[in-house]
Ligand binder design. Structure first.
Ligand SMILES: C[S@@+](CC[C@H](N)C(=O)[O-])C[C@H]1O[C@@H](n2cnc3c(N)ncnc32)[C@H](O)[C@@H]1O
Length: 243
């Protein structure tokens, strides 16, 4: 049973204030790297899994996608996405990715940002996505990087010189992880890099590109706090193709 922390009022209030939710895609430092992974969007049928406020859904339509279907577990997120969208080509539905079934060969792109690490049964999800893509379709997703996920709590500790260090604990122990982020005990699922990629390969996807996001020097000059992201990868970006 998925946790649905985004419907917790305290969590939602905090999350809504993040730059990426206030400013949209441009507020996410990894967005240029994601864009580089995305296929041509004109006339594509897109599914956005864990669509949140619908920022990406609206962008896909601006790029010419013929339709976007956004799914999210959280009523808060879907209500906000609907309120911010005035486009008959976009539909939002409440759904749990643990059990979601999509029609076969119905999409040209399945996209998901920072959501799959909330899903326990990754293999089922990836098989379902593979079947839902038309031949030649693409899966592009981002997740919290397994190294970041396996870091101890708090995510950093201070060394004897007062510098932040980023320990990795129990990397090979997959499964539940709990973090305190806007609320106590937020539930996520850790999978190693190998499990993540081998699940895609085993399902029949061809891997196109993997990025371990790190900010550019220009981004750090603009937002100095981003320098922290050079210490360990926080996000992993994956592009896979259905032959
Ligand atoms: C970090 S947010 C990302 C939202 C959006 N993709 C973005 O990049 O702005 C994660 C989203 O995943 C959704 N989510 C978490 N678990 C889910 C599940 N089991 N099924 C569907 N959506 C889920 C949350 O409600 C939330 O909207």
């Amino acid at each position: 049973m998925a946790q649905n922390i985004y419907d917790n009022p305290d969590f939602f209030a905090g999350y809504s204030q993040l730059p990426r939710q206030v400013d949209g895609l441009e507020g996410a430092p990894e967005w240029p790297a994601i864009r580089a992974l995305l296929p041509e969007l004109a006339d594509r049928r897109v599914a956005d899994l864990g669509c949140g406020f619908g920022w990406a859904a609206r962008w896909f339509r601006d790029q010419g996608a013929s339709s976007v279907l956004g799914f999210d577990l959280s009523q808060n997120m879907i209500e906000r996405a609907r309120a911010d969208t005035d486009d008959a080509g976009i539909e939002y539905r409440i759904a749990d990715l643990e059990t979601l079934e999509l029609p076969e060969a119905a999409f040209d792109l399945v996209y998901s940002a920072l959501t799959f690490h909330y899903v326990w049964d990754f293999e089922r999800l990836i098989r379902m996505i593979h079947a839902a893509l038309a031949p030649g379709g693409d899966l592009v997703f981002t997740i919290e990087h397994p190294i970041f996920m396996a870091a101890a709590h708090p995510h950093w500790t201070l060394d004897k010189d007062g510098r932040k260090t980023w320990p990795v604990n129990g990397y090979s122990l997959e499964g539940e992880r709990r973090t305190d982020w806007f609320a106590k005990g937020v539930l996520k699922y850790h999978r190693t890099l190998a499990t993540t990629l081998n699940t895609l390969i085993g399902t029949g996807f061809a891997l196109r590109r993997l990025e371990e996001f790190a900010p550019t020097a220009e981004q750090i000059a603009e937002i100095p706090e981003l320098a922290e992201e050079l210490e360990r990868p926080m996000m992993m970006l994956v592009s896979a193709h259905k032959r």
